[in-house]
Design a binder for this molecule. Structure first.
Ligand SMILES: Nc1ncnc2c1ncn2[C@@H]1O[C@H](COP(=O)(O)OP(=O)(O)OP(=O)(O)O)[C@@H](O)[C@H]1O
Length: 586
């Protein structure tokens, strides 16, 4: 079934006033929004295209991008939902012969239909990566590299050693692994190896550490610094890499005001760095990857780090997963996978593996076995519901009690101990509902009003989530914090190795964080995680969502959901249409 919206009433803004014909039918059916309809109708009008079937194909290509795909497979859509009023003649040949294709507004590639921009970006990403793989590999002193690798990656670190040695000897490396598999450890060692190699040539290595979000960039910098504190790193290693700072991809490429897609660095003005490390690559969109690849020097090493099983970028594309599949055949050795977890409790690790493999029976068996580290609570069971509420209340009370005493570190630690994750923002399974619910539990326990339902939005122990970057205040979207008591209430936001204190009135883009979405939790972990699963019919319930949520937990995981919902989640993929992986075999 194709995902659809249900119009709230006749004035729902997703309904297109004035739409006619097939576009109107698909709009009323909840497949196309007003925006899809208008873009398609206008594009067809400009190109002189009057065929309804072609207009529908264009609208479906616009819709696909809105849903995270870079193209659309029309035949697959029709097969998915044969009962929709598909017009006769909805086929790619017809679109390929239309004035729209002649004007390069849309493109047909194999069995896929693209809007021109995404077709070009996909082709560029493929061409740049193929060119990088075909160029002469970087020259390294192999003997010195092996000796350095043996020191930096001793026995027990063989996986990381192999990945780092491979990355030192090739232009592009995709380094994959779940949380705690040692990706940062491998990167820190690789950078030391490359820095030593550069020093032997009398140069200082220029390193760019970057990630799609400010939060992820700050975390990358912190973890690389931490990894370099290990005894295997010498003072000389540390000195050669001193002063590394990470930045967002937007900052690295040089954001140009008034342009969403152009940057200061591009093919004509490459980045100066010898090595570019991108963390959380699963969150990088196709457009951003295209901009990055055209800006990296052809002879610089590019290391794309991430977990391809996690949720993909907010914008169109699933580039990391595509590259893992596409590059593995095209350039063996380009994809280096780390598989051994070094941080998880064993059963959380086993659950993550079963999820990745799509093995619903094992996932359910692990959950049913119960135990202290992995639990499935039934939302229909009064006992389970009461148990969860008591735990959420106690957690909120612990934050409140430290925050009321003005104990900043203890309050921040209490916030970080546990995350309550929801798939949705709204509705009974959403973040808004659960934030209110926890505030209500806290208010009951304290015997006074708290939060939006009474007593005021700001209160000691209100956990905070920053929702927009604010370079002036030094805050990043995704930063977390807590409100603490003192002479006056203040908002404390945790930074890398420090925290900053603000008057609540200075923070405009913050939300209460008793609960947060799984999407927002990407890139962070907590000791304990509770996941609220939506019911089976929620389109957000996918394997990628559940895997991302589960792998946020380090030592204890609770899932609130029915077994049927777990099974649906494991079996339903958040698949995005893309032709990237196929292009590598073309
Ligand atoms: N081979 C190893 N043996 C033992 N411990 C290891 C090994 N590799 C990494 N570790 C430890 O495991 C922890 C996680 O490693 P690291 O931070 O490099 O993983 P990661 O894959 O980058 O995780 P994340 O994706 O969460 O950033 C660290 O404490 C690290 O010191």
């Amino acid at each position: 079934m194709i995902e659809r919206f249900e119009a709230l009433d006749a004035h729902d803004p997703r309904l297109a006033a004035g739409a006619t014909g097939v576009l109107a039918q698909f709009n009323t059916a909840g497949v196309l929004t007003a925006a899809d309809v208008h873009v398609a109708a206008r594009t067809c009008a400009l190109a002189g295209e009057s065929d309804d079937a072609v207009a529908l194909a264009v609208a479906l290509a616009v819709r696909a991008v809105r849903h995270g795909s870079v193209c659309v497979d029309l035949a697959e859509l029709v097969a998915d939902d044969p009962d929709l009023p598909w017009p006769a003649g909805l086929d790619l040949d017809r679109v390929a012969a239309s004035p729209l294709a002649a004007a390069s507004v849309v493109r047909v590639e194999g069995h896929l239909l693209y809007l021109d921009r995404y077709w070009r970006e996909e082709g560029q990403v493929r061409d740049d990566l193929v060119a990088r793989a075909a160029a002469a590999p970087p020259v390294v002193d192999a003997a010195a590299l092996e000796a350095g690798a043996a020191r930096l990656f001793p026995a027990g670190f063989e996986e990381q050693r192999a990945a780092a040695v491979a990355a030192a000897g090739q232009a592009t490396t995709v380094l994959t692994g779940g949380p705690g598999t040692g990706k940062t450890t491998a990167v820190a060692g690789l950078l030391a190896l490359l820095a030593a190699d550069a020093e032997r040539d009398g140069r200082r290595l220029r390193v760019a550490l970057t990630a799609p979000t400010g939060k992820a960039a700050a975390r990358l910098q912190q973890s690389v610094e931490e990894a370099q504190r290990a005894d295997r790193f010498t003072d000389a290693d540390r000195a050669a890499l001193a002063g590394l700072t990470a930045s967002t991809l937007h900052r690295l490429l040089g954001w140009v005001p008034d342009s969403r897609t152009r940057f200061k660095h591009h093919r004509g003005n490459r980045l100066p760095h010898d090595v570019v490390v991108v963390d959380e690559t699963s969150m990088v969109s196709l457009t951003m990857m295209a901009r990055l690849l055209e800006a990296v020097r052809p002879d610089a090493r590019l290391v794309l780090v991430g977990d391809p099983d996690q949720l993909a970028s907010v914008e169109a594309g699933a580039v990391l997963a595509d590259l893992v599949a596409g590059l593995a055949d095209h350039a063996p050795g380009a994809v280096q996978a780390l598989r051994t977890g070094h941080r998880f409790g064993a059963r959380i690790g086993a659950l993550a593996t079963a999820l990745r493999d799509g093995d619903a029976d094992t996932v359910l068996d692990l959950l049913a076995a119960g135990g202290d580290d992995v639990r499935l609570l039934d939302p229909d069971d009064a006992g389970d519901a009461a148990l969860l509420r008591a735990e959420l209340r106690d957690h909120a009370l612990a934050i409140h009690s430290a925050a009321s005493r003005g104990e900043v570190e203890a309050a921040l630690a209490a916030v970080d101990r546990h995350r309550l994750l929801c798939a949705h923002r709204d509705g009974p399974y959403g973040v808004t509902h659960w934030n209110l619910e926890v505030e209500r539990l806290l208010a009951d326990a304290l015997g006074r009003g708290i939060g939006r339902a009474g007593g005021g939005e700001w209160y000691a122990g209100r956990p905070l989530l920053v929702t927009a970057n604010d370079y002036g205040l030094g805050l990043f979207n995704g930063d977390t914090g807590v409100t603490v008591a003192g002479d006056q209430l203040s908002a404390v936001i945790a930074g890398v190795g420090s925290h900053s204190r603000f008057a609540p009135s200075r923070l405009s883009d913050v939300e209460t964080m008793h609960a947060m979405t799984v999407h927002k939790s990407q890139g962070s972990q907590a000791d304990e995680v509770t996941v609220v699963l939506p019911p089976e019919d929620s389109p957000l319930l996918t394997r990628e969502l559940l895997y991302t949520a589960v792998t946020r937990a380090q030592s204890r995981l609770t899932i609130l959901g029915r077994p049927d919902a777990v099974r649906v989640a494991v079996e339903r993929r958040a698949l995005r249409a893309s032709g990237l992986r196929a292009r590598f075999s073309g």
